[in-house]
Design a protein. Structure first.
Lengths: 504, 504
């Protein structure tokens, strides 16, 4: 078959899978934003039906044949080869899992979610234990079905971060533990208390929304191809590159959660809006990994949104939206955007401590799936991790091992992608700054187009053409490492706390 | 096969069709309410995919066999017989149309919609002519494919109002023409000018929304199973009986469009929320016809919402929401809710003249499909109808034959369901009043539960167990006729305009 025909055949089958996924995404978005409570029963049935239809198509023999034909026709067509590679990865993962096991997993995670909510409410790990053990067992069986020759945890990792290996992650997390933990403990010991009052006060919700919209639009988020709506938890979802939805929530007494939440989700959204139009509906038209996705959200949130240069542009806009805060200024707000403080709850953690929360989870998950820990050992292992790395210990399981929804959903191997995102964004940002020159000057002028253009051409438009690891290496000229991130955190420790760390 | 197994088999297949329809409904709702403009391309593809999946299932041999088995097993099970009857009707209609013709129709209506918008904007019927002629030809072929032995127009009618016949509609429309037209002309000749100032002024949008929500909730609309959102055109849609969405729009200088729009859509919504839970997902779990649906919306909008008794309850609530209107009272507002005035635009018409707009369309559509009119004759036939029945003549095609979207969509036979709704609601309402006693007293106390309870048990909970005609006859004890509606309009003419009509 000639490459053009092979590509057309593969893409026409794949587009239907993507469209079914987008339809599910619309239903899930509505469920999280607007759906009334009694809509849940029908919605659950509708989502299960759509998942089944997508699974049927993803595992179909016809697709397998189209992939094989594409791979064969792709000798001189690396784009088509990439399409076949990515399609085959997803097809094989789905086809390897027996329908009965998939059904058992869906039931087990649905049950575990309900039990987890109750267990967290009561701070009662034993109540969650059996449901969690069942999910772990089924995920183990699933991993073995997909690839019996690789460690189970690595097979699970691959679902969220294709190509990531335990061998590649371990040294990264080791470096973070060794470098970050003492730095954070030195900051805590410094006795410096940052004045957070510039971030606090009264911030009316409509003004927070208007400010957030103005910022997101200025970053480049296209509201003809997207929306912002309130939701209990901020997220970004995509129904096609012309329709990217982000959500937000707020605190009336602190503008930071809403603004940085919106910048974070807009960062995800900019990636989705920038995916390659020519590959839409094809296996390489999507975001490449959760880690790269998180790198885009964190880049706009942390490296742009918390910078002094950004606030030189944003301060007059802030004052216009919040006229009750006339003394707000870039130098006073900067430290309040860079607090470093060991804490127990991951989702409330700052830039520096966040990755230790993840290091603890990576360590516990890896040991669990390697058979070094049992489910019953999890609370103790968790608490020891916090004691060792952050110097604090959860007072109960609700603020410890029960805090995250991920395990109840079966999402083992997901957490590391958060840290990968934090590392990737710093490494990419250093490359962007090296190539584009003075980004601060552009930010101070409210000009984010050079940075966005750079990300578009280097990252967004690559879709899934390369693996995440290849992409990072192509763009930054070297494999992913923790050093750019550590430089960033050391600058914060020094400038906000006067703590000077030994060089890496 | 025993009836239980036959029913289970039929319902399990049918539920999937209903779920796919509900998924499409979610996507269409989002498209009309929140979707950003660049989302259209992907959305169109997603909706086409879902329509194809539903069509595949509706025409499947497997479903045909399940229907046959159910019909055979239903000898002593009239509920199952009704399920088989309704499933067979839809299955046969869908299966009779060749895929090629269905595709041509979808393309022709899509093209006609675009041309119609432009033609209406320019008030240029000749621009629309060819596209319309193509749609008419394809709908003719479709009708012949479905049932070559019945008049094409009747086959089309049956899509919206199962069981309706030209023979049953003609005398009804004749009676409306003969009785209504002179009455309306007498009202116009009376010289009475109704004072509409109590309905006008400044009505802030948030207050209009809050007032509408309070009214809808009091009528019985369950917001745990529904929502109200803004949209360019008011509508009601259902994703299952636990999730019924209504939309609204407003004018700041007149509270009537928003309030009566909300009451109208809430009336549709009450029907959907009241459909029989036991038959959910089965072929008889849905609303029986568009006519009966419209009877529910019109009943709450016109017979409840425009009544003096309703306003005795609603006036203090109105004043609370609109404190700038302290002199608002039931007697001053009542005439302004009952203006009768010949006009050219259907969607702006009042209760009395509305059905002459429909009579004109029914007449023109019927003659077109009977071969008595050609597409080229439509503008003249339209204008003559307005001259004859309403005594006014469109000045151009934009305010004449081009005003409605229906024909561009191929929806011939849809218009009569509006009038059926108006007649059914008056006939049902007389029966309710006869059985429940003094409804005015209940309305004045804000107690709408007796009426809703009556509608629930007589109409909503019947689903599609009976045809619309059977349902009306069972509930009111006689076949549908125009007399109850005409009594209602004569009361308006007399009380608002002092025009006394000869008895019917």
């Amino acid at each position: 078959m000639d490459p053009t025909a092979a590509r057309e055949r593969l893409v026409s089958l794949w587009r239907e899978i993507e469209d079914l996924r987008s339809v599910s995404a619309v239903l899930e978005w509505d469920q999280e934003t607007f759906m009334p409570e009694l809509g849940q029963e029908a919605r659950g049935r509708q989502l299960a039906l759509l998942a089944g239809l997508a699974h049927e198509r993803l595992t179909a023999t016809e697709l397998g044949e189209a992939i094989a034909a594409a791979a064969e026709a792709a000798a001189d067509d690396p784009e088509l080869a990439a399409m076949a590679r990515e399609a085959r990865r997803q097809h094989r993962r789905a086809a390897a899992v027996p329908a009965e096991l998939a059904r058992e997993l869906a039931e087990a995670t649905s049950a575990a979610l309900a039990v987890w909510q109750e267990a967290r409410r009561r701070s009662d790990f034993p109540r969650f234990r059996d449901a969690l053990a069942r999910v772990v067992e089924l995920r183990r069986r699933q991993a073995a079905a997909i690839d019996p020759n690789r460690p189970a945890y690595e097979v699970l990792l691959d679902e969220y971060e294709p190509g990531a290996t335990v061998a590649s992650l371990e040294p990264v997390f080791r470096q973070l533990r060794e470098r970050l933990a003492p730095l954070i403990q030195a900051v805590a010991a410094s006795g410096v208390e940052i004045d957070e009052s510039p971030a606090r006060g009264r911030f009316p919700v409509p003004a927070q929304r208007a400010f957030g919209l103005e910022v997101a639009e200025r970053l480049g988020f296209d509201f003809r191809a997207g929306r912002l709506d309130p939701a209990p938890h901020p997220f970004c979802t995509t129904f096609g590159r012309g329709d990217v939805r982000i959500t937000w929530r707020w605190q009336e007494d602190d503008f930071r959660p809403a603004l940085f939440g919106i910048m974070h989700e807009a960062g995800h959204g900019l990636y989705e809006q920038g995916l390659p139009a020519a590959w839409a509906g094809s296996p390489i038209g999507q975001a490449v990994s959760l880690g790269v996705h998180e790198s885009q959200s964190r880049l706009w949130e942390n490296l742009v949104g918390r910078s002094r240069a950004f606030w030189r542009w944003a301060t007059p806009i802030f004052r216009r939206h919040f006229p009750d805060h006339p003394t707000f200024d870039p130098d006073r707000i900067w430290p309040a955007l860079h607090t470093v403080r060991p804490s127990l709850i991951r989702v409330e953690a700052d830039e520096a401590t966040y990755n230790l929360h993840i290091a603890i989870r990576f360590d516990v998950e890896r040991r669990l799936f390697a058979g070094e820990l049992e489910v019953d050992d999890l609370p103790a292992a968790w608490n020891e991790g916090y004691e060792e790395l952050l110097g604090i210990r959860p007072g109960n399981d609700a603020e410890g091992v029960l805090q995250d929804i991920h395990w109840a959903m079966g999402a083992f191997g997901y957490f590391p992608t958060y840290t990968l995102g934090n590392l990737i964004c710093c490494q990419l940002f250093e490359s962007a700054a090296a190539e584009l020159g003075d980004l601060d000057q552009a930010f101070a002028a409210g000009d984010f187009a050079p940075l966005l253009g750079w990300l578009r051409s280097r990252v967004h438009e690559a879709g899934s053409r390369w693996s995440a690891a290849e992409l990072v290496e192509r763009v930054s000229g070297r494999p992913l490492a923790a050093d750019a991130f550590l430089r960033h955190i050391r600058r914060i420790a020094e400038e906000a706390y006067g703590v000077v760390a030994e060089p890496a």
